[in-house]
Design a protein around this ligand. Sequence first.
Ligand code: CS2
Length: 492
Amino acid sequence: MRPLNQTTLSGLGDLTAVPTYDRDNIRAGIAHLSVGNFHRAHQAVFIDRCLALPGQEGWGILGIGVQETPAERVKADGLRRQDGLYTLTLFPPRGAPSTAVIGSIVGYLVAPDDPGAVLDRLTEAEIRIVSLTITEGGYNIDERTGDFRLDAPAIVHDLAHPETPRTVFGLITEALRRRRRAGTPAFTVLSCDNLRHNGDVLRKGILAFAGAIDPTLAAWIGAEASFPNSMVDRITPAVTAADRERLNAQTGIDDAVPIFAEDFIQWVIEDRFPTGRPALEKAGVIFTSDVAAYEQVKLRMLNATHSMLSYPGLLLGHRLVHEAMADPRILNYLRCFLDHDVIPLLEAPPGMSLEAYRDSVLDRFANPAIADQLERITSDGAAKIPVFLGDTLAAILKQDGDCRRLAFLLAAYVTYLGGQDEKGRPFRADEPHLTAGDRDLIAASDPCQALRIDPFKGLYVTPVLEAAFRLYRQRLQEGAADRCLRELLQPA
Ligand code: CS2
């Protein structure tokens, strides 16, 4: 197998696609905080496409590791040894995979090793965008109040030690404070997490954090820094040691940190970049003033369908997404859900066909190469279900529509909490947000008490929904998921 780094790159062209641009000319204009597999399979790919266009040399990525975990260490060492290069293998739902070496990450720093060096780079005028993928939990929002948690231990640390921050809030705020003092324009702060109104949520957090240090700094950031909202989409699985061996054997390249993903990719961003941005519109990114419309489609079709398939899928004995999709009972019920419950109530963004989007979602989930775990999708359902299904449920109930499939899904969720499928085999029901009080409601003799758990308090619940929920909960307790799914295909 051939090694991967800047000097071997030109010799790898017979094995795989490699960057066509001269990497020696590329300078970092974007600093990305927390370089996970998703960033490397998504944003770094769009930037790689941009760098192949003329005049884009200033938009390379400086990767910044934020966590102090063994996995971060392995990734940082691997990327540094390989001069930021890595292979990405894409698996379409059918047909042969394709690999490319991605070249857009042109530097890598690990913040816990040397926060001062990271702050120095973030203060340089050449860095005009700071982007981040820190996962939903990383936004440090109190679920109950929606406020930024100033009392979280890592935040308390960063407020007391601005020179050695541990969180992205500390890093971004201190860098902006220094830029303000130096008369350097604020960078644009771009959230790339799968979170509704991600830019607005991030802005709120940064302003709360900065306000706790110096209200005039918060006011300056509020006036000068832009926080565009964005919607991101590409299913990117975790890479196990066995995956790494398999991928390297396929490519013939000895990559310490290979990744793989589905071939679908989407990025929709608000065009608010006062200090400039790469020509992402030429690389396939959609710019719009209405990211929320795309978010709604993704949440109510892709994420909702994931939920609709995974709870019944686990109960029926499946463990992987594509296996559940290969079960005709599930596939037919998902089509019925999308066609009757979702699409008629949803408005498509201009130029988008919801029918085509439906077909692509079903195709993507059936992709055997992705081998996504149902347990990953079901985890934290208490938090996900209201976000993915809440609007659809309310819309159906308000027009006296057929709420059976949603009632069934809620019943499947509560049954899943038992941690066992209909064949008696256990699975992992990971629900970090359920309190002891919630567990009591779930165990109550009246099954409908389960609809009153705290994370569901925003759900629209009516007596009609409760009656259907009660019926399906009882059926599922009797192990009749199969019968329910068949009934749900018939008109109400
Ligand atoms: C999934 C998402 O966690 C979930 O419930 O629906 O993680 C999904 O895989 C991503 O949003 C795809 O971009």
